[in-house]
Design a protein around this ligand. Structure first.
Ligand code: FMN
Length: 167
């Protein structure tokens, strides 16, 4: 699949079949995240891979809109480490993590998996709950759910001329 096709075919998947993603594919998905652009190349992201049923169920319990994680193969918490003063000063870490997340969604598709971006930051309560449950020192930005898709929603086109200005 080329990048253009991946971008146009990606959909959020919320139904998964029972399947265990092999570790080498998890590595590739994480690597794709870490290949994303980041402000001044600070790469402020950190990742917590939720593989066990226990970890997945805990996250699905806390997150009101990520119940599908229970049936998925893994969840990946994409977190921002803001210990670095430059990262804090610039304040670009949500975008940096967003770029990493999108890379992970596209890499998942390339590897034959479905995925779903489930938001955390900047919702204070949700961030607090995830920090507490998973003993995080970092800021959890999103929970990325990944697995073998059961449903295959069709691609949709979204080009909206009204959202573009040409100067
Ligand atoms: C910041 C962000 C937060 C999101 N949070 C959730 C979520 O909590 N649960 C969920 O099922 N989908 C979530 N989504 C997925 C969106 O609902 C989905 O991308 C949107 O409806 C468009 O559908 P598509 O991804 O299939 O194109 C989120 C997406 C983004 C970018």
């Amino acid at each position: 699949m080329n990048v253009s096709d991946a971008i146009r075919n990606r959909r959020s998947i919320r139904k998964y079949i029972d399947y265990k993603i092999p570790d080498e594919d998890i590595y590739k998905i994480l690597e794709a995240g870490m290949m994303a652009p980041s402000a001044k190349n600070t790469r402020p992201w950190e990742f917590v891979v939720l593989k066990s049923d226990n970890a997945k169920n805990k996250a699905a319990q806390i997150h009101p809109f990520a119940k599908h994680l229970k049936e998925a193969s893994i969840g990946i918490l994409v977190c921002a480490n803001i210990e670095n003063e430059l990262v804090r000063q610039m304040g670009y870490y949500p975008q940096d993590c967003g770029a990493a997340i999108q890379n992970m969604l596209l890499e998942s598709l390339e590897l034959g998996y479905g995925s779903c971006w489930c938001g955390l930051y900047p919702l204070e309560e949700r961030v607090k709950d995830f920090k507490k449950e998973f003993s995080l020192e970092t800021i959890p930005v999103a929970l990325v759910v990944i697995g073998k898709a059961e449903d295959k929603p069709s691609a949709r086109g979204y080009f909206e001329e009204s959202k573009v200005k040409y100067l």
